[in-house]
Design a protein around this ligand. Structure first.
Ligand code: N7H
Length: 465
C-alpha cells in the first residue's frame, strides 16, 4: 500500500505556503553531491508531514494559522539524471516523452514559446542546463532564507546556482487570487486512498494518474526506482495585468456587469463563482469561496450559452465536453504568484513595468498526458473541443459556432505561432461576427523545465551514497 511518509509532500498534499523559493541548480561534482544528499534528505518534507502541518496550521492555499514547518522538496531534470550517470530513460518511448526531450528543446515547436526567436521571451538561465530543482516553502521570508541557507550549506560547492526565483501569495483579500484578480486553486482532483472525502463536483482519480507505478499509471518500461515518484512541470509565466484588464474592459458588452467578458475568458468570475452557475451576473460572490458550492457544475457539451467552449477552465478540464474520460489528463496544480502589486505608475500608465505572474507547477505520472497535452492539444488548439465529423466526412459545427474553425484558443494561456491570430468564439455584441480577436498574449512563458520528483526512500537508496 501507499506510504505517505515516502512521497514528497508537494505531490499529494501541497506544501503549505505563503512564500516559496525555487532554486534551480547545476550539479558540479556528482559524487560529492551524492554524498551530501544523505544530509539533505532529512530536510525533505513528506506527504504525511505536509498533511499534519496543513491541519495544524494553514492549508496550502495560505489560510490563516501559525505555520511551523518549512517545506523542502526535490526533483531532477533529465540532464540531472544524466549527470549522475542514470542514463536509462524513464519511459519505453523516450522519443515521445517530453521529459526525456526536455522543455528547452521542445517548447518552441510544441507550445509556440519564444525560446530562441520571435522576440525571445525566455530568460537566458532557462536556456542553460538545469539539473535539479529544490523548492522551499514557508510562512515568512525568515523561514525561507534560513532554510535555503541550510540547504546551500549542505550542498556547498557540489552545485552551482542557475536561478533563484521566489513567489509569494498576494496580500489581504487577494490572498487566494492570482494577479489578474481571479480566485485560483479551487478545482483539484481527489486521489483515491489519499483524500478521504469528495467535495461536491470533485472526482476521485487513480493514484497512478499522479504517481508512477500505481494503478492507473499508463507508463511502461520504467525503472522500478521510479515507484511513487511524480513528474513535475514548471513554467515561469509573466502576466501583463493592466493590459489584460484594459482589453477585458474594452470588450465588455455595454449592458453586462463589469468583468463579464473576463469571466468568459476564464470560465469563472473573479470571486471564483463558476460562470455555469452564474452566467450573466455574479449575484452571489460568496459561492466562489464556498467549497461546498464553488465546483459543483458541469458543462453542456452541446452549448456554450453558459460558458464559452474556449474558456480557460473549460479548455483545461472539459468536464462533460467530450465522450472519452479525461481522467488521464488530470493534473494537480501547485502554483504560487510572484511579483509585487501594481504600482501607482503602472495603474496610471496602463503598462506593465514590473515582472509579476505565476510560478506554475503541476504533477502527473506522464507529462505527455498531463501538462503537455493540456497546453498543446487543448489550450493552444483552435479546434478543441473538437467538432463532430459528419457522415460526409465534414465537421459538423457545434451549435452556436460562428464557423467551422472551432472554439478558438484558451484566452488565458493559449499561445499562437508567430504571425498566428489568437481568437475565441464568444457571443459578444462588440464582435457581431462571434469571433473575438485576442490581440496579444497577456500570459508570457519565460521558461520552464520538466523534472522527476522521486520517492524519499529511493532518493536515499538510489541517489545518495
Ligand atoms: Fe489555470 N486564471 O487566473 O485565469 N486557472 N491559470 N492553468 N487551470 C484556473 O479552479 C490561470 C495554467 C488549469 O478543474 C482557474 O482553481 C492563470 C496552466 C486547470 O475546472 C483560474 C494562469 C495550466 C484548472 C486560472 C494559469 C492551467 C485551472 C480557476 C497563468 C495547464 C482547473 C480556479 C498565468 C496547462 C480547471 C480553479 C477545472 C484553473 C488562471 C495557468 C490549468 C482562475 C492566470 C499553464 C487544469
Amino acid at each position: 500500500p501507499l506510504n505517505l511518509d515516502d512521497v514528497q509532500g508537494d505531490i499529494l498534499i501541497g506544501l503549505p505556503k505563503r512564500l516559496e523559493a525555487y532554486w534551480f541548480i547545476e550539479i558540479k561534482k556528482p559524487s560529492e553531491f551524492q554524498k551530501q544528499l544523505l544530509e539533505l534528505i532529512p530536510l525533505i518534507t513528506s506527504s504525511t508531514q505536509a498533511k499534519n502541518d496543513e491541519k495544524a496550521c494553514f492549508d496550502h492555499r495560505g489560510n490563516d494559522g501559525d505555520l511551523t514547518l518549512a517545506g523542502v522538496n526535490f526533483a531532477f531534470s533529465r540532464k540531472g539524471l544524466d549527470e549522475l550517470g542514470f542514463k536509462e530513460p524513464l519511459s519505453k518511448e523516450p522519443q515521445n516523452d517530453p521529459f526525456e526531450k526536455t522543455m528547452l528543446a521542445t517548447a518552441e515547436a510544441d507550445f509556440n514559446d519564444r525560446v530562441h526567436g520571435f522576440n525571445k521571451a525566455w530568460f537566458k538561465e532557462f536556456k542553460q542546463e538545469i539539473h535539479c530543482l529544490i523548492f522551499i516553502t514557508g510562512d515568512c521570508q525568515d523561514t525561507i532564507d534560513f532554510t535555503l541557507a541550510k540547504v546551500k550549506k549542505i550542498l556547498g560547492v557540489t552545485v552551482q546556482e542557475i536561478k533563484l526565483v521566489q513567489g509569494k501569495v498576494r496580500p489581504g483579500d487577494q490572498m487566494h487570487h492570482e494577479h489578474f484578480g481571479y480566485n485560483d486553486g479551487i478545482s483539484q482532483p481527489a486521489i483515491k486512498g489519499v483524500d478521504q472525502k469528495l467535495l461536491p463536483g470533485q472526482e476521485f482519480i487513480d493514484q497512478g494518474i499522479i504517481l508512477l507505478g500505481r494503478p492507473g499509471d499508463r507508463g511502461q518500461g520504467r525503472p522500478s526506482w521510479t515507484l511513487d515518484g511524480s513528474f513535475l512541470a514548471f513554467r515561469y509565466l509573466s502576466q501583463e495585468v493592466p493590459e489584460f484588464q484594459d482589453f477585458v474592459d474594452d470588450k465588455n458588452p455595454h449592458e453586462a456587469p463589469k468583468d463579464f467578458f473576463g469571466a468568459q475568458l476564464v470560465g469563472r468570475w473573479k470571486s471564483g463563482t463558476p460562470l455555469v452557475l452564474a452566467p450573466t451576473v455574479d449575484s452571489d460572490p460568496s459561492i466562489g469561496k464556498n467549497p461546498q458550492q464553488n465546483n459543483k457544475f458541469d458543462y453542456d457539451p452541446h452549448s456554450q450559452k453558459l460558458c464559452p467552449y474556449a474558456a480557460h477552465t473549460r479548455k483545461t478540464f472539459p468536464r462533460g465536453d467530450i465522450q472519452q474520460s479525461v481522467a488521464i489528463h488530470r493534473i494537480v496544480r501547485r502554483a504560487i504568484t510572484f511579483g509585487e502589486e501594481l504600482t501607482p505608475e503602472e495603474i496610471k500608465s496602463r503598462k506593465t513595468k514590473l515582472d509579476r505572474g505565476l510560478l506554475f507547477k503541476c504533477y502527473q505520472s506522464n507529462i505527455a498526458d498531463g501538462f503537455h497535452f493540456i497546453q498543446r492539444i487543448w489550450a493552444n488548439n483552435n479546434t478543441f473541443p473538437f467538432l463532430k465529423i459528419g457522415e460526409d466526412g465534414k465537421p459538423i459545427p457545434k451549435p452556436g459556432f460562428s464557423d467551422e474553425n472551432g472554439p478558438g484558443v484558451d484566452g488565458i494561456i493559449g499561445q499562437a505561432e508567430k504571425g498566428g491570430v489568437r481568437q475565441m468564439d464568444i457571443l459578444n455584441d462588440n464582435d457581431p461576427a462571434g469571433k473575438v480577436k485576442l490581440p496579444k498574449e497577456w500570459v508570457i512563458s519565460r521558461g520552464g523545465e520538466y523534472f522527476f520528483s522521486p520517492s524519499i526512500s529511493q532518493l536515499k537508496k538510489k541517489f545518495a551514497s
